[in-house]
Design a protein around this ligand. Structure first.
Ligand code: ZN
Length: 90
């Protein structure tokens, strides 16, 4: 992700539940996919879609993960846009 929303939400929820329960709580987002980007791994929110077809492995449905291009919490693009080349003034 191009932001820290998942980590920040995990921390806010852990604080909230720790206060509410009176004991330390840990929170970990469960709808996260690990994506290899270059030489590192990135966490991205994922949604599950079910594909059903009359084909081996798909007859009862097969769940596939799909990640979005933008963070649903802050709206930033998941992958930073490459810098646009400088244009010469006419
Ligand atoms: Zn975000």
């Amino acid at each position: 992700m191009n932001c820290n929303c998942i980590k920040e939400l995990e921390q806010k929820l852990a604080k909230h539940y720790s206060e509410q329960l009176g004991v330390a709580a840990q929170v970990e987002c469960q709808d996260v996919a690990l994506i290899l980007t270059g030489n590192s791994m990135a966490r991205r929110l994922k949604n599950a879609f079910q594909v059903t077809a009359q084909s081996k492995g798909f007859i009862k449905g097969k769940t596939i993960p799909v990640t979005g291009s933008y963070c649903p919490f802050c709206g930033k693009a998941v992958v930073p846009k490459p810098a646009e080349p400088a244009t010469e003034a006419a």
